[in-house]
Design a protein around this ligand. Structure first.
Ligand code: GDP
Ligand code: MG
Length: 166
């Protein structure tokens, strides 16, 4: 089985760290595509059973000009071509306008969206339900998955979950 998974989320939530962790674990390819490329394949996760191609989708933030508008549209069309979407947030940061902007756009995309709550190593586990609650009704999440991309907590479970979507 193989398929495409897009990762979206505001800056600094840990998208690149996650990708490096996953790709570093299993033999894979990191592309050298320059940052200027709008939608790029960043890494391919491969096991005997599956291949997941992760796509960084950086363009979904409030546009200030025509080019920005174009980037948003371009990112959205990428999201329409993948098998699943990971929307990543950071457990230690409040839900903000940047998150809401992306969520509003995800509503227009008819794909399974996984809410990935990253950086769980930075919070008290007692806070987890409260954090989940702030996002619960924002979108019809396929699943909510807490992880730590630096520690690797729950990442293999996430890969198993994503594989089912391929
Ligand atoms: P991106 O902008 O979404 O790609 O975010 P990065 O992957 O560049 O991460 C931003 C910062 O958050 C870096 O300093 C990472 O080391 C840190 N970071 C990412 N994931 C985790 C995590 O699970 N736990 C902790 N403590 N820090 C993290
Ligand atoms: Mg990054």
């Amino acid at each position: 089985r193989s398929g495409f998974v897009a990762i979206v989320g505001r800056p600094n939530v840990g998208k690149s760290t996650f990708m490096n962790y996953v790709i570093g674990q299993k033999i894979a390819i990191m592309s050298n595509v320059p940052q200027t490329t709008r939608n790029k394949i960043r890494g391919i996760y491969t096991t005997d059973e599956e291949q997941i191609i992760f796509i960084d989708t950086p363009g979904i933030h409030k546009a200030h000009n025509k080019l920005g508008d174009y980037m948003v549209q371009s990112s959205l069309s990428t999201l329409n071509e993948v098998d699943a979407i990971m929307f990543m947030v950071a457990a230690n940061e409040e839900r903000g306008a940047g998150d809401n902007f992306i969520i509003e756009h995800l509503k227009q995309v008819n794909k399974p969206v996984y809410l990935i709550i990253n950086k769980i190593d930075l919070i008290n586990p007692n806070k987890m339900l409260e954090i989940m609650d702030t996002y619960k009704d924002a979108l019809d999440w396929k699943e909510v998955v807490p992880i730590s991309a630096t520690q690797g907590n729950n990442v293999s479970e996430l890969m198993d979950t994503l594989s089912k979507q391929l």
